[in-house]
Structure formats: C-alpha cells, structure tokens
Design a protein around this ligand. Structure first.
Ligand code: ADP
Ligand code: MG
Length: 538
C-alpha cells in the first residue's frame, strides 16, 4: 500500500532495531496508524454514499427543498432551483414568504405548523406556471427530527397532472358505462309500455271512427311516436340498438349528406365539406352514421346563432387510445366556430338528457346517442372546445380493406367511378335493364344473364374477364346460392353480391345466402355502387 510506504519513511527512525520502552511505543504508533487508515476508509465510503444521496436528490424531477424553524431555505434540489431561478438565483438563506409569496405562505402556514409539531402531511394543490400552464401537484411536508424536536421540514412537490387526467378519463368512462346500462334498461321497458299504449290508442282510433275520442287517439299516437324516437336514442346510447352493417364509403356518405345538411342549417351558417380523395371504406350502419353527423351539425348550428362556418372533413388518422386498439382509423371531423363550451359543460355533453338548451329546444339525446353509435362501431368520438372560439368533434372508425392510395388516385376526379366487368344475373327484365344502365353509367362493363344457366355459360365464354357477380337470389330453376356454388368451382375467389327482397337473416336460415355480400331490395343505387367498389377492392 503506498500509504504504508510513506509512513514507513516518516517513522523511519523506528525501522532500526529497537528495544524496551521504544519498542512498545512503536507498536502503539503502528496501531494508531492502522486505526487512522480505517477511519479514512470509512470517511471515503460515507462521502461516496453522500454523493449517491445527492445525485438522487438532484436528478429527480420532483421539487425538493428543506427549511428551518425560521422558514429559511437550507437546501433545494436542481428541479426546485430551476423553477425559482428567474426571480431567485440564490435561494439558500432566503425565507419561504419571500420566495413563494406572502399569500401562498399564509395559505400553507397551518400545514407547516402541523409539520413542525411532528406530523407528516400531504395535500393536493395546483399551480399556474408561465410555461406549462396549470398543473396538479401533490405536496408532502415531512418533519426532520433532531432528538425529540423538529428542527427542519422537507418539502416534496410532485407533478401529478398526467395521473389526474387518466383517473378522470377512467372515472368518465365508468360513469358512461353505468349510465348506459341504466338507460338501456329504461328504454327497453319503456318500449314495451309504449307498445301497449300505442296498441290501445289504435284500437280507440279504429272503433271510434269520427268521434272526438278517435281524434284524441291520433294525438296519443303522435306523442307515442315522439317517445319512441327518444327511446331509440337511448338504445343507441346504451348500444342496445341493432346495427345493420354494410360496406360504406364515408366520403360518399358525407358528400351525399351535404344537401340535407345544407337544408338543416340556417342561411347565415356556411357549410364547408372537404372529403379526402378516393374512398374511405368502413363497415358501418349507414343510417346511424348519418344520424351522428346530423346530430353534430344541428348542435353546431345551434352554437352559431349569429352565423359562422360549419366544416365537415374526412381523412385518416393514427389513434393511440386506451379505449380502442391503436392504429390507423378513418376520421370525420365536424367543427364550428360558435360559442364553444365551458369545462363543466364539456364534462357532461355525452350524458343522456344533458342539455343547456331551453325547454323544448333540446332533448340532450343527440350526443349521447352519437357516443353509443360510434362505440358500437368500435370507434371513438373526441371533442375539443374553446369558449368563444368553437368546437370540433372527431369521429374515428375502423378502416376496412380499402384500395391502396395509388390506385385510389386514378379514380379521383370522377367520384364514384368504377371499372371492371360485372356479371349481372336477374330474371326480372326491368330490374336487369335498370341495373345494367346504372352500372354502365358508372364505368363498369356489364354482362347480363336472365338465369343461372345463362350466367354459367357467359362466364365460361368470358374466362378471366368477369371480376364480380351481382345476382338475384330467388330465381326459377337455379337459385342464387346454387349458381354461386357452381360458379365458385370455376372461379374459387370470385366476389359475389346478392340482391334480394328477403332480409339477410331469413335467407341465411334457409341456406340461400351462400357466403357473399348481401343487399336488400329496394337497393339504393349508391349502396349498390359502394358494395361493388368494396367487393372489387377486397
Ligand atoms: P341537445 O342538442 O338536445 O342539447 P346534445 O346531446 O346534442 O343535446 O348536446 C348536449 C349539449 O352539449 C348541448 O346542450 C350543448 O350545451 C353542448 N354542445 C353540443 N355540441 C356543441 C357545439 N358544437 N358547440 C357548443 N356546445 C355544444
Ligand atoms: Mg343536439
């Protein structure tokens, strides 16, 4: 050890042979020396440990400081110093009232006194920072004892804003779940009651013919219809309402809704609709989605009594949310530059029957039903509002196999234009002619057949050309399902779309619905075109 060499030289005179008293003195010195060495080692260790403590103290993001009985700062960590740096470059020796302000000090003084009396205490507080805005804080005062007396207090301030936000979200979603269950139960029972009321009212109406009672029964039925409308909204909110899923191009849906919305909103409100290029395919209940957009548009209109702009746009966006799986979603944004909402209102808008509108003007069911509908579609609805500047709602819906954007760009400019060859099988001449015309007008080549046999024949003669079959279901000799089976032997992957007057579930029970998409007659042209595009892009 270098230390002992040095000491050997220092005590060099004792390295000579020594005897008697000298010898025992020498041994004593050696022992003292050894003890000293141990002490130095201990000190080194202690210093290292102290450095470690200091590091922890300095590197945490929490704010820590210690003050004495005169409320004088004794120490403060980097985070706290940083926080106070601009006004107090040197804190040590200053007093709490000086630094945190007399008012704040007066507010916390009772807590400090409790702490100096020997109690540890925590409380939640908030602070408005110039750069970070309002933050929620958890403040803890811990007494530092010197024997039995508290000589110092250590204060630790933790920023808990993120945690508070998550807690708030969880509370909100639990509350919505609970209200949903309740609302669903009420709506269900209420529908039964309404059925009875409506049944007897109709009987009175029929029996009473031209009587006064019959006239009153008409009023009853009218009110029942309004009540039924409300229970439908409640069922939508509680997600008990049935959904009829189909492939929907959101861009088309929004574009088509344009006219009806323009009629809904007043003239002072400008309606701007911006749809992304190409298709935005989702599997959804068209009617319900339309209802959501109408609800949002009506609310936006009501929020702009003096006029303004209502903008509806579509696109896609990434969403990493706790509610739904993270990923890319179809996005519809509905925004207005109206009144906006206060925080208290924002927190409650999705609750059923919550309205700020006058009696008779609002039911408070628009947003709650919209919320339920979007949830049922495995999507999410988000709102951002600023008092005085406006509100925007964002609706996220799961995308379904749309075409890649490159292909999409080709069909741009002629919205709804399709391409490809369709084998159309329909025994009814008028329906076949109309459908053929419709498809050709929209860019498709069409091969028509009046029955299953003709269809198979046509397919064989046009090998490779046919990309999709569109077929009636109930046809003489060979029905749609049998045709589908035989055709699939020739072309296993060929997409098939059925059109029928029978509801899909009845057909599947009867085994007629042989694994293809299904459209119920009367088929709306845009539904048919949407289904074709989705089948061809799948
Ligand atoms: P209602 O429209 O019948 O009041 P909703 O559920 O549709 O019920 O809306 C609930 C409440 O949310 C409204 O009363 C209103 O206070 C608020 N709100 C909704 N949309 C907006 C908006 N775009 N701007 C301002 N406030 C809105
Ligand atoms: Mg509304």
């Amino acid at each position: 050890m270098p230390g002992s060499d040095q000491q050997g030289m220092e005590y060099g005179m004792f390295t000579h042979p020594v005897q008697g008293e000298q010898r025992s003195l020498y041994q004593e010195l050696v022992q003292v020396n050894r003890k000293l060495e141990l002490k130095v080692q201990e000190l080194n260790h202690a210093q290292q440990r102290l450095m470690e403590y200091r590091k922890v103290f300095e590197c945490t993001g929490d704010l820590i400081y210690v003050f004495d009985r005169d409320y004088r700062y004794l120490m403060a960590n980097e985070a706290y110093r940083e926080c106070r740096k601009s006004r107090f470059p040197d804190l040590i020796g200053r007093t709490l009232p000086e630094v945190i302000g007399a008012d704040t000090f007066a507010r916390v003084k009772p807590q400090l006194d409790l702490c100096f009396a020997g109690n540890e205490l925590s409380y939640e507080d908030s602070h408005h920072y110039v750069d970070k805005g309002k933050r929620d804080l958890l403040v803890t005062f811990s007494p530092v004892f010197e024997g039995a007396r508290v000589e110092r207090v250590a204060c630790l301030i933790k920023d808990v804003s993120e945690r508070k936000l998550l807690e708030e979200q969880l509370r909100q979603s639990q509350k919505m779940e609970a209200i949903g269950t309740l609302a669903g139960g009420i709506a269900h029972d209420f529908n039964n009651i309404l059925t009875v009321i409506a049944g007897y009212a109709s009987l009175i109406q029929i029996n009473g013919e031209e009587s006064e009672a019959a006239a009153m029964a008409v009023e009853i039925l009218f009110s029942v219809e309004r009540a039924a409308e409300m229970t439908r909204s409640l069922l939508a909110f509680s997600r008990k309402q049935e959904v009829h899923l189909e492939a929907v191009d959101l861009n088309l849906l929004v574009a088509e809704l344009h006219k009806s919305l323009a009629r809904l909103i007043s003239e002072e409100v400008e309606l701007v609709v911006r749809v992304s290029g190409g298709e935005l395919c989702c599997v959804a209940d068209r009617g319900q989605l339309e209802q959501v957009l109408i609800n949002l548009a009506v609310n936006a209109r009501d929020a702009m009594p003096g006029g303004g702009t209502l903008e509806i746009s579509t696109g896609t966006a990434e969403l990493a949310d706790e509610d739904i799986p993270p990923g890319r979603y179809a996005l519809i944004t509905v925004s207005d530059n109206g009144t906006g909402m206060e925080k208290e209102v924002q927190e409650r808008i999705f609750e059923p029957f919550f309205t700020t509108k006058e009696v008779g003007k609002g039911t408070g069911l628009g947003l709650s039903s919209s919320y339920g509908i979007i949830k049922k579609h495995n999507g999410a609805i988000r709102m951002h509002s600023e008092l005085g500047s406006g509100t925007s709602f964002r609706i996220y819906l799961p995308l379904s196999g749309g075409r890649p954007s490159a292909e999409r760009a080709e069909s741009e400019g002629r919205p709804g234009a399709g391409s490809g060859t369709v084998l159309l099988v329909e025994d009814e001449d008028t329906v076949r002619d109309m459908t053929r015309l419709l498809l050709e007008r929209h860019g498709y080549s069409v091969l028509t057949a009046r029955n299953g046999h003709e269809a198979l024949e046509l397919y064989r003669h046009n090998q490779g050309r046919v990309q999709v079959m569109l077929s009636d279901v109930i046809m003489p000799r060979m029905n749609g399902r049998e045709l589908c089976e035989q055709l699939r032997q020739l072309a296993p992957g060929l997409p098939v779309i059925f059109m029928s007057g029978y509801p899909a579930d009845v057909m599947s029970e009867k085994g007629l619905y042989g694994g293809g998409a299904y459209l119920q007659k009367p088929v709306k042209p845009e539904e048919l075109l949407g289904a074709l595009r989705c089948a061809l892009s799948a």
